[in-house]
Write a protein that binds this ligand. Structure first.
Ligand SMILES: CSC[C@@H](O)[C@@H](O)C(=O)COP(=O)(O)O
Ligand SMILES: [Zn+2]
Length: 204
């Protein structure tokens, strides 16, 4: 892989995610946009906390085609969907945290609603804790084509922003570049932790 600074940023983000314990036991996947046509996606089945730049595989955004014949993430179709929906998206991060896994099961609706938190302002364009942010929540599916189609159909009616949750699975979020995707990931994870604790305490 030739010099490509965003990939350096993504590798650093993967190590940071690994250090946080947010991609346990090979869970999670990460990608960065190369240009309008291609992205670089993490190889399938690797420990995402110790990836190197050689572990990223070029994938065609429009078709999911892999010129090298290597095997990128099983969840490639969700990354390329985000790049297709949002030409301005520069990086996508998918993590498996305890908070996102548990909260996405406890919440039975089709969105996780967040309001009243100052940290909502970590999300691009948010300027007040008074807004209600809806993070869409989709039932998990091992059929990635079907899952991507379901998310795409939802997005046609309700544009996605920041990220979405897969029930019992984890968070997929993005940003205009790796730094913004990292901020969205860290901000959302903070909000999930707060929301889980709030629900636990208020249930008593
Ligand atoms: C380790 S089980 C989780 C996988 O099924 C999947 O959800 C995941 O996030 C990692 O898959 P991968 O193909 O390595 O990108
Ligand atoms: Zn996953």
């Amino acid at each position: 892989m030739t010099d490509f600074l965003p990939l350096e940023h993504l590798v650093a983000a993967c190590h940071w995610i690994g250090g946080k314990g947010w991609a346990p036991a090979t869970g999670g996947n990460m990608s960065v946009r190369q240009d309008a046509e291609y992205c670089l996606l993490s190889a399938s089945g690797k420990d995402k906390g110790s990836l190197t730049r050689d572990d990223f595989i070029q994938v065609e955004i429009a078709t999911n085609a892999v010129p090298s014949g290597r095997t990128p993430s099983a969840e490639t179709g969700l990354h390329t969907l985000i790049y297709r929906l949002f030409p301005q998206a520069g990086a996508v991060l998918h993590t498996h945290t305890v908070n996102s896994t548990v909260l996405s099961r406890v919440e039975k609706g089709d969105a996780l609603l967040l309001s009243g938190y100052e940290m909502q302002k970590t999300l691009a364009g948010q300027q007040t804790h008074l807004n209600t942010i809806a993070i869409p929540l989709f039932d998990n599916d091992q059929d990635m084509t079907a899952l991507a189609q379901r998310i795409e159909a939802f997005a046609a009616a309700t544009p996605l922003q920041y990220g979405f949750l897969l029930r019992g699975h984890g968070l997929t979020c993005w940003g205009k570049d790796v730094n913004e995707a990292r901020r969205h990931l860290e901000g959302l994870e903070f909000l999930f932790e707060c929301e889980l604790q709030r629900r636990l305490l208020e249930a008593k």
